[in-house]
Design a protein around this ligand. Structure first.
Ligand SMILES: Nc1ncnc2c1ncn2[C@@H]1O[C@H](COP(=O)(O)OP(=O)(O)OP(=O)(O)O)[C@@H](O)[C@H]1O
Ligand SMILES: [Mg+2]
Length: 239
């Protein structure tokens, strides 16, 4: 279980996370929604130990270990996998090289099958077809699959994905949603940052909405979908 308690983080003098509290229970998919600039990426970066932003106060705990202000490589080694916004794959390395360099054995006792190249090819057959191409030769959708595949190769206990559907055509968003359903079935815990409301609603067990560095809603898909006020005020849905 990943827990964030009363987290304050900021860039220089400006505070962008103003006391965020959030949980990702084991085996659940938690979606984090919110408009542009509300602090979603800043929260992901704080969890992963990436500076900036700098953490001012609060705690981040993963499976009983306090990871607040640990170096990023240690946090990753404990089992937190990260798909950053904007993909960030290595453009001059091949698909196989991008994946192979990320490969790591699971941190704790693993539930089910471990991730390796074969399992990534099964999940994303398109990547198998392009395995010898370098990252820069892939389409946006293929790069996104590669970014997710690379995070899975670290055999994470929790996978944090920052707007994986951004910039994808609707048909690819649907395919991505199906792959996430597969990951849910494998009991992987996930924190999914999304601006695509219907995708988040379809996939999530629990949803959080952020506004100006604060959590303004936490609840089930049913609760969010019937909270017209929250949807209108913070998500611009149904206006
Ligand atoms: N490196 C930085 N230096 C200073 N301010 C930053 C930096 N990165 C982000 N910010 C500011 O912090 C706030 C939160 O940004 P953040 O990237 O976390 O938002 P977000 O919710 O991920 O937005 P988006 O949906 O557009 O990705 C914004 O006001 C942004 O301008
Ligand atoms: Mg962002």
């Amino acid at each position: 279980m990943l827990t964030v308690s009363d987290l304050h983080s900021g860039y220089g003098l400006s505070e962008v996370l103003n006391g965020v509290t959030l949980e990702v229970p084991d085996g659940k998919l938690v979606a984090l929604l919110g408009r542009n600039g509300m602090g979603k990426t800043s929260l992901c970066r704080s969890i992963m130990g990436l500076d900036p932003p700098a953490i001012r106060s609060g705690t981040i705990n993963y499976n009983g270990t306090k990871v607040t202000n640990m170096p990023p490589f240690k946090i990753a080694r404990l089992g937190l996998g990260y798909v950053p916004q904007g993909r960030h794959i290595f453009g001059s390395l091949t698909v196989v090289e991008n994946l192979a360099m990320a490969h790591r054995s699971p941190a704790g006792s693993s539930q089910g099958e471990d991730w390796d190249l074969e399992r990534v090819w099964e999940m994303f057959p398109r990547l198998a077809e392009r395995k010898a191409n370098v990252g820069a030769q892939l389409s946006g959708g293929e790069q996104q699959m590669l970014a997710i595949g690379r995070a899975l190769m670290t055999n994470p206990g929790v996978l944090i994905m920052d707007e994986p559907s951004e910039g994808l055509a609707p048909v690819l968003v649907d395919q991505l949603g199906e792959r996430m359903q597969d990951l849910k079935r494998s009991s992987l815990s996930m924190l999914l940052v999304e601006q695509n409301y219907s995708l988040a609603l379809k996939l999530a067990d629990i949803l959080y909405v952020m506004e100006n560095g604060r959590v303004v809603f936490a609840g089930s898909p049913e609760e969010l979908d019937t909270s017209e006020d929250v949807k209108r005020r913070y998500l611009g849905v149904g206006v």
